[in-house]
Structure formats: C-alpha cells, structure tokens
Design a protein around this ligand. Structure first.
Ligand code: S3P
Length: 425
C-alpha cells in the first residue's frame, strides 16, 4: 500500500473499541454466570482469537453487528477443548488465558503465530508455577506453544520485575481460583482494566499504589459492558492531526483511563494542541472526545512511571519526535523489544530509511528532530502498530512510502485506512 504527502487533515473519526477491554469482556464473561452483553466490542483479529479460544472451551458466544453476547459457563464451567487453542498474534490472549487454564480440571495446549512463538512466556510461567501451576514450554525455550495441566493453585505475593498488565492479569485470574489471597506488586502501575472489570463482575479485588490483591471467588456474574474507544488507536490520529499542517480532527469516543493516557501528557509536554471535550464515563472507564489541531512540537524526555501508560504509543511518539524541534529521549522502554516485533530496532531502521536522525539505545531511542523525511519501502514486520505509524509517516514525507504487509492493521484497527482516507482533504 502506498502513501504520499498530504496538505491538510479535517474531519471526525469515531475510534473503535479498546482492545484490552474487549479481550477481558469475553474472557470474564466466559467464566461468569449468566449473560455478558458487550457493546462497542473491537472486531480486531486479536479479540476474535479470544472468542475462538473460549468457543473452543464450550462457551456460546454470539457476534452481532453492534454487540457480542457471551453465555457464560460460570467459574468452573469451561470444557476441555477438542484441539490446540490458537491465540493468533495476541499476547493478551496467550498470557491471560494461561492464568485461567492453570486452574481448570483438564489439560490443554496453546500456541499462536510466528510472532507469538518468539515472545517471552517465562514472565507468566514462573509466577504461575509458584502458585502450583503445571505449565511447560513445549520447545523448552520459555515461549509458546505452552502445555498446561490444570490443577489446584495457592495464592502468592508476586513482585514482578516488569510493569506488565498481561503478567499482572494472568496472576490475578489464577488467583480467582487459588486457595488464599493473591497479590501482585509491579515496579510501576500498568493498565488496570483487569482490576476495574473483575470488580464489576463481582470479584473481591483491591489496589494500593502498585499492588493489586485478589481473593478467591466462588462465582462471577455476567455484566453489560460498553467498551470505550482505544486510546492506542486514537494515538495515530492525534499524531497526524498535530503534524500535518492546517489540520483539525475531532477524535470521538476515546478511553482516557489514567493508566493509559500517557500519550495525552506527552502531546501536552511537546506543545501539542489537544483539547478534551465531553468528558464522561463509558463502561466504568473515563472517556471523552479529543480535538487536535496542528502544532509546533518540541523534543522532551520520556522515562520512568509514564512508560507503561503509553507503551503501545511509543512508535507513533517516535515519529512525532522526528518532527519536533530538538531532541527527544525515550528511556526505560526495553519492553518494546518483546512486543509483536522488536519495536526499537524496527522503528530505528525504518525511520533511518526515511531520513530521520535516530539512535537505538538499550532501553529506548534518541531522536534528533527536524530532518525532513522522504518516502521509503517499509517492512512492517507484520506489526500492526508499526504499519499505522508508517502510514502516518507517509502522509508527512516527500515522495512515495510503500508499506509491506499493510493489512496487519486488522489486528487492532480493521478500518484504519478507510478512517484515515476520510480525513484527507
Ligand atoms: C495489554 C498490555 C500491554 C500492551 C498490550 C495489551 C493488555 O502489554 O502492550 O498491547 O491488554 O493487558 P504488557 O502487559 O506486556 O506490557
């Protein structure tokens, strides 16, 4: 797919449902009693992988145009699947489901695509084993495929080395089934959708600073969930609206949970004009519309506790930094190396190919802004967020930008290119 420089962006975009919340709605609905009705569900390939896994374990899940209906089997109602569970490209599916599967009364094998089979699973295998789980990496490389023999679990207090909502959630979900209390302390607070949502489903969960605690549950209860739009998808339009001259975009239905809103704080610190309008609560999560106007940006340093709140937005933030005055330093972001691709290496290689002045560091990047970009052939490495970042880069660059495997955006934002096209004047 090819992209060229544009003069202006104008219009309104309604952002599709949050990926993290969509996954959790299906998972928690499946192990709850009664019906969970999900509105605004993200029909991205990752969330569809979660639906397939739970259907395969005997849960009836109906997908309609505007809603997904989960007929929950209750906490102990999942059935042994008749085949290997395929988590596709989804780290959230693989890691969260492992917490649930560790406590079932059957054994199961789960795997995913080539990217999933390279992503680190020791981060969930180790704590789940400490809880008593029988979980092994079939190829002995601490990656999927994983084999899990469901068994009885006991609570632990786990101190995680990484701030990861997937790790925290896997442990808390196992904790639902464990004997005694389960606590997870992380170095910085990661996204807290699991804690907020499990509480709504009836679990006894509490949080103090960076520690989340869960008590064993006897039953969860189906809920009606309105999924807010995904700020990680909105981020591409935020960047495009700030960087393309004479632009103004109204980005509607954006979830702004404080554990996810680091991109807004970065836009402000860089001097970007982003206004929050119609602030409301959607499905227990804060949400709003965002008005973004073209702005002159300045380089900043991004490090420490803000990193988990914008971890998926760092590729597009790196692009913003290329157009900012001065230097932007991204630190404490080594986690980027173990996402759908090595996002530090892939960003640095592709931005360099387009003429940017960017250096790779051990835990991030240093970007010297202000060099004009030119088109190039971009290998997306089948990483949805890399594809969307370089589609926006193409709108800002001289010449032609060609994305290889551009359709991987379907993982998190199936209508991304259509929505972007509608804003081009
Ligand atoms: C997610 C957590 C984050 C994020 C991913 C979704 C989640 O991963 O990058 O896209 O839904 O819990 P980590 O927990 O590994 O940081």
């Amino acid at each position: 797919m090819n992209f060229h420089k544009v003069k202006q962006l104008r219009g309104k975009i309604t952002i599709p449902g949050d990926k993290s919340i969509s996954h959790r709605s299906v998972m928690f609905g499946s192990i709850a009693k009664g019906i969970t009705e999900i509105h605004g569900f993200l029909p991205g390939a990752d969330c569809i992988s979660t639906i397939h896994c739970f259907r395969n374990m005997g849960v009836s899940i109906e997908q309609h145009r505007d809603s997904v209906i989960v007929h929950g089997n209750g906490l102990h109602g999942l059935k042994k699947p008749d085949s290997i569970l395929d988590c596709g490209n989804s780290g959230t599916t693989t890691r969260l489901i492992s917490g649930i599967l560790s406590a079932q009364n059957f054994s199961v094998t789960l795997t995913g695509d080539a990217s999933i089979q390279k992503r680190p699973m020791a981060r969930i295998i180790d704590p789940l084993r400490m809880m008593g789980a029988d979980i092994t990496s079939i190829n002995h490389n601490q990656c999927a495929p994983l084999h899990i023999n469901g068994t009885t679990l006991h609570g632990i207090h786990y101190h995680s080395k990484v701030a990861s909502a997937q790790v925290k959630s896997a442990i808390l979900l196992a904790g639902l089934y464990a004997e005694g209390e389960t606590c997870v302390t992380e170095p910085y607070l990661s996204r807290n959708h699991t804690e907020l949502m499990l509480k709504r489903f009836g679990a006894d969960v509490s949080s103090i600073q960076t520690t989340a605690t869960i008590q064993p549950a006897t039953e969860l209860y189906g809920q009606k969930i309105l999924v807010p739009g995904d700020i990680s998808s909105a981020a591409f339009f935020l960047a495009a609206g700030l960087l393309v001259p004479n632009s103004e975009l109204l980005i509607k239905n954006v979830g702004i949970n404080p554990t996810r809103d680091g991109i807004l704080r970065v836009c402000k610190a860089m001097g970007g004009h982003v206004t929050l309008l119609n602030e409301t609560t959607t499905g227990g999560e804060p949400a709003c519309n965002l008005l973004v106007q073209s702005s002159e940006l300045e380089g900043i340093t991004i490090e420490g506790s803000i990193i988990p709140t914008l971890i998926d937005e760092l590729p597009i933030i790196a692009l913003m930094a290329c157009f900012a005055k001065g230097t932007t330093i991204i630190k404490d972001a080594a986690e980027l190396k173990v996402k759908e691709s090595n996002r530090i290496a892939v960003m640095v290689n592709n931005l360099t190919a387009m003429g940017a002045d960017v250096e790779e560091t051990d835990d991030g990047m240093i970007i010297h802004g202000g060099k004009p970009l030119h088109g190039a052939v971009i290998d997306t490495k089948l990483d949805h967020r890399i594809a969307m970042t370089f589609a926006i880069a193409g709108l800002l660059s001289d010449g032609e930008t060609t994305l290889l495997n551009a359709d991987c955006v379907a993982i998190s934002y199936p209508t991304f290119y259509e929505d972007l096209q509608h804003c081009i004047c």
